[in-house]
Design a protein around this ligand. Sequence first.
Ligand SMILES: [Mn+2]
Length: 238
Amino acid sequence: MIHFISDLHLCEERPDLTALFNKYMNEIAPHSNELYVLGDLFESWIGDDDDSEFAESIIAQFKAYSDSGKKLYFQHGNRDFLLADEFSKQTGGIIIDEVSPLAIGDQKALLMHGDSLCWDDVDYLKFRQMVRSQEWQNQLLSQPLAVRRAIAADLRQKSKEAQENKAESICDVHPQAIEEVLQENKATILIHGHTHRPDFHDIEIGGKHCQRIVLSDWGEQGNYLTVNGTDIESHYFE
Ligand SMILES: [Mn+2]
């Protein structure tokens, strides 16, 4: 069985989310053979050299998962795009591309975080382009951890303020973005997170029935998606 989770937004300030994560890793994830984390695992990630106890405890649980012989994959979110080689090495997980294919039965599915599909959010897309550049990342990573922590807190605050002033529709995926990515990749299923609007959408693209499946963010409940053969199901737990 394959599991998918996204948008946990784990951080030290939310022990309730960490408790849900611990429960998931200890009691639920062991029933899977493969786990895909589709972005925004962390509320922020300031670099793989983060030596906080918090970061280390999360890493240790992923390592226990991969050490048990299971496959583990991570995709970058808009919050934790700095996850890199060292994190991958420590957890035993593989960081996969922004658009990653996966066979489900005889269908081709695409796995994405989802932020790049929000075409109407022009300001965010500009910001995204900046922070995904190697130059910007190198510059940030050259700062001491304490400075990076402050920068991350500042970016979080700005993002929160920007979000409050944005229309609902701007923060959702653009129908044309969905159509393009599925057609370009000859896929019929898209699994993503990011929007915090969990749902199963049936859509028709070029006369073909397609599905867009959106994972839930974590809050009072945790959420994971399971793929068992061709059955795709969403589950909540608390
Ligand atoms: Mn996101």
